[in-house]
Design a protein around this ligand. Structure first.
Ligand code: URA
Ligand code: ZN
Length: 379
């Protein structure tokens, strides 16, 4: 056993969000999604984020069902985050702004808002030294030079350990050649990308009954993971991982469906006449499996042993998986939100079942891997 394994095992949550109060103010001032609004049918203000919530937002004033989700203190209060960590024995959290980050801001404003949001996250971490680190946010709607300046700013922030990114990039996805300088800048800075979904799939996919009858289940359970899968597959096909070999990505929700579908992606590449004619299928080509095992890490936010085992297998071992909670999303509906969250228990139990409760590997997923990969200590 190496020295690190002799240390008492820490629990680290790498997938845990916040909307700082200044960001909530922006959402409250808006009339299109993402927005925060109060309805007669709900005691809490409502947080309305997703395209799938728009149909219920449009009929909301006449309906007894409020749209979106209740905006509780869990979303913006640091005290509440620390309380949540203490309740679930989480030693360290790597906090990130939740979706849709700064994706909707006007080009002229996003640079300065990114700077203040990142500074705010940095101060929150500094107020609980050793317990909090963060993934920064990029002003992706701003000119390239402004985005690059934001990476430079993040490099100076002591507790920054990467950036959280959606799948839209500069507006054309993550396979966009114009995004390449940003990937190089992040790789050079040693800042991994925490890739997180927001946009899901088009509403038509869910059918006409979904918005009235199925809650958020289809967009969250299926739209989010497919979005992540598609974004990474596009990056792979565009050769981003080969072009930026130092780029590291942590994929939300255990990579969406990538672990399950990597073999099918590989087979479709091998059997594609167009790729063959373009000489993209050659002897030194790195397979999806190889990229998964060298440049990609997965969180362990998949809520079941079956999915987690698939993620571990696809990653070539448990040392590329990292525990997360997705707090403050998925609060318990039947019990006190200040108590234990069932969503957290499901993810912790999946780790124990897949790897054995007291195993070294389980301890790695629960915290050791994150401490090693993200260097969660004073430099
Ligand atoms: N719903 C969201 O909008 N974001 C999350 O991170 C989880 C659930
Ligand atoms: Zn999340």
């Amino acid at each position: 056993a190496n020295e690190a394994s002799q240390q008492p095992t820490k629990v680290v949550d790498i997938h845990t969000h916040m909307y700082p109060p200044s960001y909530i103010d922006i959402l409250t001032s808006r009339s299109t999604i993402p927005l925060v609004r109060t309805f007669a049918s709900s005691p809490d203000p409502r947080l309305i984020l997703l395209q799938a919530e728009v149909p219920s937002l449009e009929g909301a004033e006449a309906s007894s069902k409020p749209p979106g989700r209740p905006l509780t203190k869990h979303y913006s209060s640091l005290t509440q985050k620390i309380h949540f960590m203490d309740t679930h024995n989480i030693d360290i959290s790597v906090i990130s702004l939740a979706n849709p980050w700064l994706d909707f801001l006007k080009p002229f404003e996003s640079g300065s808002i990114a700077e203040s949001v990142n500074t705010e996250f940095s101060s929150m971490c500094a107020s609980h030294p050793g317990r909090l680190f963060f993934f920064g946010t990029l002003p992706l709607t701003a000119p390239l030079a402004t985005i690059e300046a934001s990476v430079t700013h993040l490099k100076t922030l002591k507790y920054c350990r990467g950036v959280i990114l959606g799948t839209s990039g500069l507006g054309n996805g993550l396979d966009d050649p114009n995004l390449r300088p940003i990937f190089h800048a992040l790789a050079d800075a040693g800042l991994p990308i925490f890739l997180h979904p927001h946009y899901g799939l088009p509403n038509e996919v869910w059918g006409p009954r979904a918005s009235q009858e199925y809650g958020h289940v289809l967009p969250l359970a299926l739209g989010f993971p497919m979005e992540t899968t598609i974004a990474v597959a596009r990056m792979y096909l565009a050769g981003v991982f080969d072009a930026v070999p130092a780029l590291r990505m942590i994929l939300a929700h255990s990579g969406g469906t990538l672990p399950f579908l990597a073999g099918r992606i590989e087979s479709c590449v091998l059997h594609d006449g167009h790729l063959m004619r373009e000489a993209k299928v050659h002897a030194t080509r790195r397979t999806v499996w190889e990229v998964l095992r060298s440049q990609i890490y997965l969180d362990a936010v998949i809520y079941s042993e079956v999915g987690l085992k698939s993620a571990i297998e696809a990653s070539g071992g448990a040392d590329r998986l990292m525990f997360g909670t997705d707090h403050p999303f998925f609060p318990p509906l039947g019990t006190d939100e200040d108590g234990e969250w069932e969503s957290v228990g499901l993810n912790a139990e999946a780790v124990n079942k897949a790897l054995g409760k007291a195993s070294q590997e389980a301890a790695g997923v629960m915290g050791g891997n994150a401490i090693r990969v993200l260097k969660l200590y004073d430099e």
